[in-house]
Design a binder for this molecule. Structure first.
Ligand SMILES: [Zn+2]
Length: 77
């Protein structure tokens, strides 16, 4: 899961280091606790790896419980 060798997080935000542009925001399904990881996507649901949550079609639903996108909460730390 968190195996990105050069992801952000090493120290302060670096002003010029914006070349790692993969989406990193994870979202959690409130009803069941499923976590959507953009690095993995949801291949079974037709979402290829590297897809940001906001880029997922609105008709997508949680692969575990079937909740709609608006039942997900962004994970922040
Ligand atoms: Zn769910």
């Amino acid at each position: 899961m968190s195996r990105s060798p050069t992801g952000w997080g090493d120290g302060q935000a670096s002003p010029g280091g914006g070349r790692y542009n993969m989406p990193v925001e994870q979202w959690i399904c409130e009803p069941c606790g499923f976590i959507y990881d953009p690095e993995e996507g949801d291949p079974d649901g037709g979402i290829p790896p590297g897809t940001a949550f906001e880029d997922i079609p609105d008709d997508w639903s949680c692969p575990v419980c079937g909740a709609q996108k608006d039942e997900f909460e962004k994970l922040e730390d």
